[in-house]
Design a binder for this molecule. Structure first.
Ligand code: SAH
Ligand code: SF4
Length: 345
């Protein structure tokens, strides 16, 4: 099937597309409006003549993903999706309900090449980047399936967003566009494993989007063992950039810290967090590790997490323990995809 996916296109590109089809440029603007409203069926685009609707149906599409699997946690309303891509690959996304609204966690790549030892997403390395349209479609399909509007977004699924910066940037601009979905940048969080040049570029281009940085350990040797990216961008340079990012954007940086039993949860580890993060406008998010069988690592447990949170708070470091959403389903990023691949050989 060689239909053109219009989902990742800007108004300008849609205008060009319309002209290439022999139409007036304003048809591109109309398309952008329909796409932003979540309409995927050209037949429902009532302000287009019938002939054009038919031509569009033949030659174009809006979104290329399909839902392969959906797990629902009836307790808290969390839904985990496995999305199939046109080329046979699959990625995951998670829909979550919060007091402040509905949030979607989306993937930015198929697999990941950063190789963090605790993560299911990176086990087989990177397969390919997702296009802007493929990131966008995860939101549209989740909205279709739940019948609910999504107004918060976290880019914390499979993949390293700053390893796919160009498509990420295009996607963020598209969903923020005031004539489009108009999603507030303040409602979006991008999580990185700590790619310094990416953070610098991102801070300039998207100062209003929330930045989360995965730390997981606060000494270079230990962090490099967990996260090879630390060899390229060691802690001091990363924390310096994070500190400046918070200063120039005026927004608190979130530091993610997954608690791994015996790896990063000792009193000494906690003392290092306090020493290194003091003076940075930040917030620490302690994450209960989702045990991934293949990694042989286990979480520290709720009790130790609460203890660590208290020590951090007592030392003036703002901190929360991430709520365990969807406890009944395969929580960790990458696990559902992994399972489906194992199942399908
Ligand atoms: N690549 C980016 C974003 C995707 S990972 C990053 O690393 O930040 C999103 C978050 O999930 C990161 O903080 C990551 O360290 C964490 N994570 C990965 N595997 C996990 C696991 N098994 N349990 C808990 N958190 C995990
Ligand atoms: Fe990639 Fe993030 Fe997983 Fe590390 S934690 S392997 S950067 S997805």
């Amino acid at each position: 099937m060689n239909r053109t996916d219009l989902l990742g296109m800007t108004t300008e590109e849609l205008k060009e597309f319309a002209v290439e089809m022999g139409e007036k440029p304003f048809r591109g603007k109309q398309l952008f409006k329909w796409i932003s409203a979540g309409e995927k069926n050209f037949e429902n685009m009532t302000d287009f003549p019938k002939g054009l609707r038919e031509k569009l149906t033949e030659t174009a599409c809006i979104g290329t993903l399909e839902i392969l699997e959906e797990q629902i946690d009836a307790g808290d309303g969390t839904r985990k999706f496995l999305f199939g891509l046109e080329d046979g690959n699959a990625v995951e996304g998670v829909f979550m309900k919060y007091r402040y609204g509905n949030s979607m966690c989306i993937s930015s790549q198929v697999g990941c090449r950063m190789g963090c030892v605790f993560c299911a997403s990176g086990l087989d390395g990177l397969v390919r980047n997702l296009s802007a349209g493929e990131m966008y479609d995860q939101i549209l399909l989740a909205e279709e399936s739940t019948g609910e509007k999504i107004n918060h977004l976290v880019i914390m699924g499979t993949g390293e967003p700053f390893d796919n910066y160009v498509n990420l940037s295009r996607f963020l601009k598209l969903i923020h566009h005031e004539k489009g979905r108009n999603m507030s940048y303040r409602n979006i969080t991008v999580s990185t494993s700590g790619i310094v040049p990416g953070i610098l570029k991102f801070g300039e281009e998207f100062p209003q989007v929330n930045l989360a940085i995965s730390l997981h350990r606060l000494d270079d040797e230990g962090r490099s063992a967990l996260m090879p990216v630390n060899r390229a961008y060691p802690l001091d340079s990363l924390l310096e950039v994070a500190k400046n990012h918070a200063l120039t954007t005026g927004r608190r940086v979130t530091f993610e810290y997954a608690l791994i039993k015996g790896e990063n949860d000792s009193d000494e580890d906690v003392a290092r967090i306090i020493k290194k993060l003091r003076g940075i406008l930040c917030h620490v998010n302690l994450i209960p590790l989702n045990a991934v069988k293949e990694t042989g690592l286990n979480g520290s447990g709720r009790k130790r997490a609460a203890e660590i949170a208290k020590i951090l708070e007592d030392n003036g470091i703002a901190c929360t323990v991430r709520r365990e959403l969807g406890a009944a389903i395969d929580g960790a990023c990458g696990q559902l995809r992994l399972k489906s691949r194992t199942k399908n050989g």
